[in-house]
Design a protein around this ligand. Structure first.
Ligand code: UT7
Length: 319
């Protein structure tokens, strides 16, 4: 049986860092409220002429460099995003061109903040099936473009950025993606959505969220996402080395870590500095922790996310 193994990771954050203090100069909010309710202190904001594809290309180049893979050797590129450059074509094709790849196929995948979890599971299935041999999986978002900057309930929560992972297929190894758990429930559609779209309003729209309802579901569904995947692959909680969670809210992450019995030192937190970068948050966190030496070869990591849709899931990976 083939395994999809991580050959390299990369990430990119825009130059502009916006702190809670700066935000509260124009919005009826405070650093104290944002930190207490979410753990967020700052976020990065893309420059006006910087697009999702630009950030994705930069993150991807870093990942390809770490992997030692030539862009032409990629035969599949999946971009997880809710903030594509245009309605069509797939932003992934623009990334493909930006990397100078002409041999593979590229497409976008939408599962909002769970996008990277879904895209990694998709790439894993393609690699195991032999539909591809070397894959690039990216999470990249310009969430700042779909925020209502006058709405304090959502404007304080999100940021921009990109993260990428290069995957290769290997036989006879215990490394790589062990498995994934994916779920959606469309009953939650109206609790977290963007108010525009091509077929409804012909506008881009802004994020609308029923925060308390999303919070309640996130706690419950993430418990399912981590427990079910461990059960399915017969892994004990104690065997986990790291939790690499989606960074929506520190309180949600803490609740999941507590369920797993993982101390805070075994949880990768990036939300304080980067806020919620939706599909980009997990690959950003993964790249940071691999590059600073916390996550090492052989470590067993669990990634999880909860998102609009609702969509939630997890990936279990031996690095
Ligand atoms: O990544 C996708 C998944 N997303 C999530 O998982 C997010 C889930 N939800 C959450 O993380 C939390 O619900 C929020 C951080 C969004 C909100 O925290 P909360 O503790 O649920 O606050 P709340 O919505 O119950 O609001 C409490 C109060 C309200 O005032 P009143 O009605 O009690 O007077 C809000 O109007 O806080 C007020 N408030 C704010 N005050 C200062 C809401 N936003 C702000 C703000 N600054 N930015």
């Amino acid at each position: 049986m083939k395994r999809s193994i991580i050959l390299g990771t990369g990430s990119y954050l825009p130059k502009k860092r916006l702190t809670n203090f700066e935000l509260s100069e124009h919005l009826d909010t405070s650093h104290e409220w944002i930190v207490e309710r979410t753990g967020i202190c700052a976020r990065y904001i893309a420059a006006p002429d910087e697009f999702t594809s630009d950030m994705a290309v930069k993150a991807s180049k870093n990942a390809l460099e770490m992997a030692g893979v030539d862009p032409q050797d990629l035969d599949m590129i999946i971009l997880a995003t809710s903030t594509p450059d245009h309605t069509f074509p797939a932003t992934a094709t623009r990334i493909q061109a930006g990397l100078g790849n002409t041999k593979g196929f590229a497409f976008d995948q939408a599962a909002v903040c769970s996008g990277f979890i879904f895209a990694l599971a998709t790439a894993d299935a393609y690699l195991k099936q032999g539909m591809a041999t070397t894959a690039l999986v990216i999470g990249a978002e310009t969430m700042s473009r779909i925020l209502d900057w006058k709405d304090r309930r959502t404007a304080v929560l999100f940021g921009d950025g990109a993260g990428a992972v290069v995957l290769g297929a290997e036989s006879n190894t215990d490394k790589g993606i062990i498995g994934s758990f994916l779920r959606t429930d469309g009953c939650g559609y109206d609790d977290l959505y963007v108010t525009g779209g091509p077929s409804t309003t012909q506008t881009v729209g802004t994020i609308h969220m029923n925060g308390q309802e999303v919070f309640r579901h996130a706690i419950h569904k993430l418990e399912e996402a981590v427990e079910e995947i461990l059960k399915k692959y017969s892994i004990k909680k104690e065997e986990l080395d790291w939790l690499v969670p989606h960074q929506a809210n520190k309180r949600i992450i803490d609740a999941t870590a507590k369920k797993l019995g993982l101390p805070d030192e075994k949880v990768i937190h990036t939300g304080a500095d980067q806020a919620n970068t939706s599909a980009a948050s997990i690959p950003l966190a993964l790249d940071q922790a691999i590059r600073d030496g916390r996550i090492r070869k052989g470590d067993l990591i669990l990634c999880e996310a909860f998102a609009g849709g609702f969509a939630w899931g997890s990936n279990l990976i031996r690095i």
